[in-house]
Design a protein around this ligand. Structure first.
Ligand code: PHE
Length: 388
């Protein structure tokens, strides 16, 4: 079977009759003959973490996607079907599941993953199979370089990292940074490079780059070393499952040194993980839940009522990925892969809760970077770096 997802439904004659009656036609219907009605099913395959150290990424994305699907499915004669798989935050698993979504579930499009290292694997599989993949949230620059079937609706790390360096050097007047990364994470490595370049250009100095392994239980040696480094700012581009426990263990030892981090700590679980860490923490993200724009306000209100939690960036991006896919599917007029690809790559001025989305020539989205200041009680808007 081709990848066209038009599903032929054989309806009972009585149902058909009422359908035709409702349409005001049906003069020539033979009630005994099986008739065929075309229903457009748009099959979306999501691959993201629903368990493991980054589980809230998948949970929030799915919540956001489900909100849009409930709202839009059935409109414009497009029925949306969602299939999703738990990659457990693992890249080998991601490649395997992406292949399954394409070959076995025969999805029209893949959405995912979240962590850039995993999305790089998924993107390779999707591009090789000629099936569109849209990542809601992966920011590593190399992802969309995998080919024309690969797109994203968020900004990229060269932008995010450069804004964070401006925040550290200009807004916070810092000049001596220590950077802490997970060297196996493409996200960590890419952000470190972008931050360093801008920070040095602004006259700052990188005292050292320290590394850790994801899932490490004991950060005490690292914490002691960094505490005596003379740094006046710490840049930690890593995920909440590591940064939270690291800050909790650091406690008073890093007192007085502001922490700057990226979108990877945007998780509802971050606060519990960091315990009562009370130092200043700044994070870059894709949206601010206290934004008073009506589209954001309505989303936050509806999401909170339905899921019982304030939405984080991933929820907002999951929502916007759903919007973008529906918009593209509608304009494509079919789910033929190259038609879908072209429609996705042509997304323009689409109003989402994370801002206006236009897919640019590199298949990335130029969007504002929002800076939030975090405290044990939650995230507060700090400033916005407008996109170019
Ligand atoms: N930008 C992260 C990455 O590429 C993923 C992420 C996005 C995590 C948004 C949380 C919120 O790895």
């Amino acid at each position: 079977m081709s990848l066209f997802r038009s599903v032929m439904l054989f309806l009972p004659a009585a149902a058909l009759l009422s359908l035709f009656v409702a349409c005001g036609g049906g003069d020539s219907v033979n009630p005994n003959a099986p008739e065929v009605v075309e229903v457009n099913t748009f099959k979306i395959g999501a691959v993201m973490p629903l368990s493991g150290q980054t589980a809230t990424y998948g949970e929030e994305t799915l919540n956001g996607l489900k909100m849009v699907i409930d709202e839009l499915s059935g409109k414009d004669d497009i029925t949306i079907e969602l299939v999703y798989k738990d990659n457990k935050g693992d890249s080998t698993e991601t490649a395997k599941l992406t292949t399954q979504l394409i070959k076995i579930d025969q999805v029209d499009i893949v959405v995912g993953a979240v962590a850039s290292t995993n999305t790089l694997k998924a993107a390779k599989v999707a591009q090789e199979n000629g099936v569109p993949l849209m990542t809601p949230a992966s920011t590593n620059a190399a992802i969309t370089e995998k080919g024309d079937f690969i797109s994203r609706i968020c900004f990229i790390d060269p932008v995010q990292g450069s804004m964070l360096a401006q925040l550290a050097s200009v807004d916070l007047s810092r000049s001596k940074a220590v950077i802490i990364i997970d060297s196996a994470s493409d996200y960590s490595v890419g952000l470190q490079a972008a931050f360093s370049q801008t920070f040095i250009e602004a006259g700052g100095e990188i005292l050292s780059v320290e590394t850790f392994t994801a899932g490490e239980a004991d950060f005490s040696a690292l914490i002691t070393k960094v505490a005596s480094s003379g740094a006046d700012v710490l840049f930690i581009p890593a995920y909440y499952g590591d940064v939270g426990p690291m800050l909790k263990q650091a406690g008073e030892k890093w007192a007085g040194i502001p922490i700057v981090s990226g979108d990877g700590i945007d998780s509802p679980d971050f606060y519990a993980l960091m315990g009562d860490y009370s130092g200043d923490i700044y994070m870059s993200s894709h949206f601010s839940p206290d934004d008073t724009a009506p589209i954001v306000y309505n989303f936050v209100t509806e999401y909170t009522a339905r899921f019982g939690k304030t939405p984080g960036a991933m929820a907002a991006l999951g929502h916007d990925a759903g919007l973008a896919l529906f918009d593209a599917r509608k304009r494509a007029g079919s789910d033929e892969p190259s038609a879908l690809r072209d429609a996705i790559n042509g997304i323009e001025d689409l109003e989402g809760v994370t801002g206006s989305i236009t897919i640019n020539a590199e298949r990335n989205a130029d969007k504002d970077v929002v800076i939030l200041k975090l405290s044990p009680s939650g995230a507060e808007f700090y400033k916005r770096f407008p996109h170019n």
